[in-house]
Design a protein around this ligand. Structure first.
Ligand SMILES: [Zn+2]
Length: 335
């Protein structure tokens, strides 16, 4: 039974609770800042990942704070915590860092870097947009590259395995024109890739070898088919993440979905709208798009996407092995 009299004590109790939470968060911030992305073996995966997904969903649906539930409120605190941590890291050398970061972020062709140390550029106040194209190359690869060239911006292509001569030229064009080349999958057959760890390894090794043979790049960037949050895999995703990490590969999910794969009838205007609405409130956006024969609307949308993102203050840069990843299910080096 709840009586009116309890309102004030409840309020006091909530205030005390908030105070305690604040102290805990502050403590964690200091601890995390001290750790500075050092690799931790933390087995408490599930709760964190579940809440991370909540954040992603909330971000995707662009909900207002007023609508957030208790779960999301808790997560919001975690997010704030991370941002505060990053700020703490950058405060000391903020002015120089921003410039260094700009230079670092601008460097394309991440795949050429032979080793990965899982240390990432600090995140400053600059807004960055990472345009990513999955499933290519395709007949739309050159049209996409042409628009990117026209605006002088670089993007990232998470490619699939294609061995016809036209595709081989397209892989090379992606690299030669200064964009980041990433691995997505060789077969893009979810049933096959995610059937077992061995099948997964074989798929990743195949696309890695193809890209190495065709372009000479030892590609380090990876994107899970369906994202690390996919529900298709018969193997625990953490097992696959551990494998990817053991190979020195970094996987990137997305926090903005253009929606170009969700509906066949989606038009360019909707794609631009999806991206711009989901990007609100985010300083760093990894945008999911597709490079396939059917994605003419994505090509049509691209000028509007670039112009709107730039007008919103985003610098459009390719992913590199120094880019702090966006991961739906986090790797150990991100925890
Ligand atoms: Zn895909």
């Amino acid at each position: 039974m709840i009586h009116m009299k309890q309102d004030r004590p409840s309020f006091v109790f909530v205030m005390i609770l908030i105070t305690i939470m604040t102290i805990i968060v502050a403590g964690v911030v200091v601890a995390v800042a001290t750790g500075n992305f050092s690799r931790k073996k933390d087995e408490e995966k599930d709760s964190e990942q579940t809440s991370e997904k909540v954040v992603e969903v909330v971000a995707t649906e662009n909900k207002t704070e007023g609508e957030t539930t208790l779960e999301t409120t808790t997560e919001t605190e975690t997010t704030t915590e991370q941002e505060t941590t990053t700020e703490t890291e950058t405060t000391t050398e903020q002015e120089t860092t921003t410039e260094q970061q700009t230079t670092a972020e601008m460097q394309p062709s991440a795949g050429t870097q032979g080793t990965v140390d899982f240390n990432f550029n600090p995140v400053g106040d600059q807004k960055y947009a990472y345009l990513t194209f999955d499933d290519g190359p395709s007949e739309n690869t050159y049209p996409i590259l042409n628009v990117l060239d026209q605006y002088g911006v670089k993007a990232t292509f998470f490619t699939a395995g294609k061995t016809d001569s036209a595709s081989l030229e397209r892989y090379k064009a992606i690299v030669n024109r200064g964009h980041s080349l990433g691995m997505h999958t060789f077969t893009h057959d979810y049933g096959q890739i995610y059937a077992s760890l061995d099948a997964f390894k074989q798929d990743v090794e195949s696309i890695h070898k193809l890209l190495l043979d065709v372009t000479g790049q030892d590609v380090r960037l990876y994107r899970f088919p369906g994202g690390s949050s996919n529900r298709v895999s018969k193997v625990d995703i953490h097992t696959l993440i551990d494998y990817i990490t053991s190979q020195g590969y970094i996987y990137y999910d997305w926090n903005v979905d253009s929606g170009d794969a969700l509906s066949k009838s989606i038009c360019a205007e909707e794609i631009v709208y999806n991206i711009m609405t989901q990007s609100q409130g985010h300083n760093r956006i990894v945008v999911l798009m597709h490079d396939t024969n059917a994605k003419g609307e994505t090509v049509k949308a691209l000028p509007g996407i670039i112009e709107n993102l730039q007008a919103a203050g985003y610098q459009i840069v390719p992913l590199t092995t120094k880019t702090l990843p966006v991961q739906h299910v986090k790797a150990s080096y991100m925890r």
